[in-house]
Write a protein that binds this ligand. Structure first.
Ligand SMILES: [Fe+2]
Length: 240
């Protein structure tokens, strides 16, 4: 891993040791393990170092949120959800005064819960208003959430995850970003690349099913169709 992101990883490891504490039920709670897996996923998918760093730092605003909400072993209620939704703006406030080699990191943190359809937060931005880096972190964050066991649910099957990405592309996720990520996974499962970072990260068997290459190929094709400009579609229809 490149130098700056490697230093960040070390700093977060130390921060976790320092901040690791207990919630009200006496259970030990880590602060940073989840961002580490998002950063690792971005690195595995071949993202540039600024994105890997944003993967580490995007949830730093959770430091201002009650630990019991962050680590709740159940679905949180509306009031708790509203408290949790402060974290992107809080993260921006924490990161903006720091001199980073990558100046876009604070904005990636601020906008990683925005959605293309304007139903995200904190600012309800739409597609072209959301920085590309924030869209990429958003996808990695959601993919990580869907493919990781959480205290209140098991991770979802890969088929289920692919269907979620398909249904939410153009609404929550950017089709171009989904396509690039699916391509990175397909290269690994077909052996086009020797790297098997994503496969390893997801654990034995998760990306090894017979259906996986077809699921990814179909998803990529759907994302290409979805991203095609309207006038091009019309020309093709007229010429058919
Ligand atoms: Fe977040």
């Amino acid at each position: 891993m490149p130098v700056y992101s490697e230093r960040l990883r070390a700093a977060l490891f130390l921060a976790e040791r320092a901040h690791r504490g207990q919630n009200r039920k006496g259970r030990e709670v880590p602060y940073v393990l989840h961002p580490v897996s998002v950063a690792t996923l971005l690195f595995a998918a071949g993202a540039d170092e600024d994105l890997v760093c944003a993967g580490y730092l995007h949830d730093v605003g959770k430091l201002v949120v009650d630990r019991d909400i962050i680590n709740a072993p159940y679905h949180i209620n509306a009031k708790q959800s509203s408290e949790l939704s402060r974290h992107p703006s809080a993260g921006y406030e924490i990161l903006a005064p720091i001199r980073h080699p990558y100046a876009d990191i604070p904005l990636m943190a601020k906008y990683h819960h925005e959605r293309l359809d304007g139903r995200g937060y904190p600012d309800g931005l739409v597609d072209e208003q959301i920085p590309l880096g924030a869209k990429i972190v958003s996808l990695a964050d959601s993919f990580d959430a869907m493919t990781t066991d959480r205290p209140y649910r098991r991770r979802r099957s890969f088929e289920d995850v692919v269907q979620d990405l398909r249904q939410n592309s153009g609404k929550q996720f950017d089709c171009t970003v989904v396509r690039a990520f699916a391509r990175a996974m397909l290269k690994e499962v077909t052996g086009e690349t020797k790297e098997r970072r994503i496969v390893k990260m997801l654990g034995k068997g998760y990306l090894d099913g017979e259906k996986v290459p077809t699921l990814l190929t179909d998803l990529i094709a759907d994302m290409e169709r979805a991203k095609r400009p309207v006038d091009q579609e019309e020309q093709q229809t007229a010429g058919a």
